[in-house]
Design a protein around this ligand. Sequence first.
Ligand code: ATP
Ligand code: MG
Length: 416
Amino acid sequence: MKATQLFTHSTKEIPSDETSKNAQLLLRAGFISKEMAGVYAYLPLGLRVIEKIKAIVREEMNAIDGQEIIMTSLQQKELWEKTDRWDDEKVDIWFKSALKNGTEVGFGWSHEEQITNMMRNFVHSYKDLPQSMYQFQTKLRNELRAKSGIMRGREFVMKDMYTYAHSDEEHQKIYDKVTQAYLKIFDRLGVGDKTYLTYASGGAFTEFSHEFQTITDAGEDIVYLDESKKLAINEEVYNDEIISRLSLNKKTLKKVKTAEVGNIFSFGTAKSKQLDLKFTNKEGKEEYVVLGSYGIGITRLMGVIVELFSDEKGMVWPESIAPYKVYLAQLGQDKVVLDAAKRLYDILIKNNVEVFWDDRDARPGEKFSDADLYGFPYRIVISQNTTKANEYEVKRRDQQEANNLTIDELLNLLAR
Ligand code: ATP
Ligand code: MG
């Protein structure tokens, strides 16, 4: 990608009501655009981050036999009535509308009901189980407050998976596998060391659910964590009983602010009873299916990662999800320099290195400040000096000093 081909550019003008660091930086860099509070569009550079996060999540979900689907955004009211979640008193984040004929519909904020109902067409015998299906989808939620930038949207991308098992034991095995897959995902996204498996309230169906909470002051949750055991307890269920059940020591627990980046739930058979999802077991008897539900906030994660990996100059993306690996900048429009930049750009592409070329006729200061703001892992500068020396000036975004490298050294560093 070349800067002169990209319709977005950095800007100093951002909405004055935007108080969160993640949205400020992403807006300044032109990664996102604000429609209204809690509603953001994702522009080319921002979309690349989302797609990379999704690719990692997809790989790990497929590795545990998840099957990808896309459910609908328009939902029928009747299913939510069966589980008593249509009423605004019961679920306070509904967006609702109606068809021309007056039939009420809801906009999907979650999809357990829909998928479970759909599975009635596919699950009949124990041979049809277990099953796991997941989707990436834009969820719509009429959140009361949207002050955390893309970390709390009224429209946001979630990965949600739903699993169907024939027994509690089988469900527990799946649940444990998903837990491990989630920990792997957060590691790969660069937030593993700051993300804690957290005991949280279970809702109506089980005593506890598990959340994945990432330490950040920009978060809205409070958890008590044990750093050595890598476990945490959400303040909503924090008491002496759970501390001793988890064999933790109250004195060593640390109270911190976190953001919930994932949440996994066991539903038991409660929902399959409400929605009548049954199967015939080996003995020919009917039983209810055991359900689990597993979310990851894709766009929230992107916001959390900006909060964690940024400095006063801009963002500092982990390599696994940076929009591009390299920010290439030539200084000046001298033919020799331009030719050298063009040559390197082609070589990098040929070597599968994702490169963004700031080919604009702009001042060096402008290019350096955009390189810092955008936060790609490497900046390469081509100037008259470097072309004369037949070298490239390379600097990592997270380091101060630059190095001059030959083309071989450069490719060694970047092309893996
Ligand atoms: P929260 O407690 O933050 O309101 P939740 O418990 O309602 O979230 P779930 O329904 O479990 O969230 O959704 C799964 C994941 O989706 C969450 O763990 C979170 O990462 C993400 N998520 C939830 N609500 C939002 C939102 N409004 N904006 C962005 N991401 C969200
Ligand atoms: Mg929650």
